[in-house]
Design a protein around this ligand. Structure first.
Ligand SMILES: [Cu+2]
Length: 115
């Protein structure tokens, strides 16, 4: 199965949703001002590739955090493109955030459950 990401085509904010990504498949995430879709992701442990598409109007990134420690992620990049980052993760629960400005506080955060 692939992960379907649909644009909301209207009001800002939003985001959300839960995705379960099969082992070995990239995790596709959409960034908007200011949310991630999906915002809850279930993946299998190992080297996990994130493909972040910036569907917003500002620059964004995606970094994986564990207890406030930055475990890696994409660089900051502008609207209309996609960047990938691979992070090796053991089973556990992680956060993913946008590290630009105060975007995390504005809602650019999600939960990553690694099994
Ligand atoms: Cu951002």
């Amino acid at each position: 199965m692939t992960i379907a990401l649909t644009g909301c085509g209207g009001s800002s904010g939003g985001g959300g949703g839960t995705a379960t990504v099969p082992a070995g498949k990239p995790v596709a995430v959409s960034a908007k001002d200011y949310s991630f879709t999906p915002s809850t992701i279930h993946v299998s442990a190992g080297r996990i590739r994130f493909d972040l598409t910036n569907d917003g109007a500002q620059a964004h990134d995606l970094h994986v955090d564990k207890d406030g420690q930055d475990l890696g992620g994409t660089s900051v990049f502008g609207p209309g493109s996609t960047q990938s980052a691979t992070v090796k993760l053991a089973p556990g629960t992680y956060d993913f955030v946008c590290t630009v400005g105060n975007h995390e506080a504005l809602g650019m955060k999600g939960k990553l459950v690694v099994q």
